[in-house]
Ligand binder design. Structure first.
Ligand SMILES: [Zn+2]
Length: 78
């Protein structure tokens, strides 16, 4: 183990230790920009720092204990 891994390690529903996989999720600001574009409005791009902060890291897991599929977004302080 080198760098500390900040991915979650337990099922948020039943607490079973589970393996999370990195999952690219669509941040909310992208969804909103997409929607605006569809309506013919071009939203200004957010600064990269802000985008980073809002996006976070997405993880997905399927719990072997309660069989719930969980999406978790981890936000890091930069
Ligand atoms: Zn579970």
């Amino acid at each position: 183990m080198s760098a500390p891994d900040d991915r979650p390690q337990f099922c948020p529903w039943c607490g079973t230790p589970v393996d999370y996989e990195h999952h690219r999720h669509t941040p909310r600001y992208e969804v909103l920009a997409e929607k605006a574009r569809a309506e013919g409005v071009d939203l200004p791009q957010l600064p990269p720092r802000v985008r980073d902060l809002l996006a976070g890291d997405g993880f997905v897991t399927s719990c072997c204990g309660c069989r719930t599929i969980s999406h978790v977004v981890v936000h890091r302080a930069h």
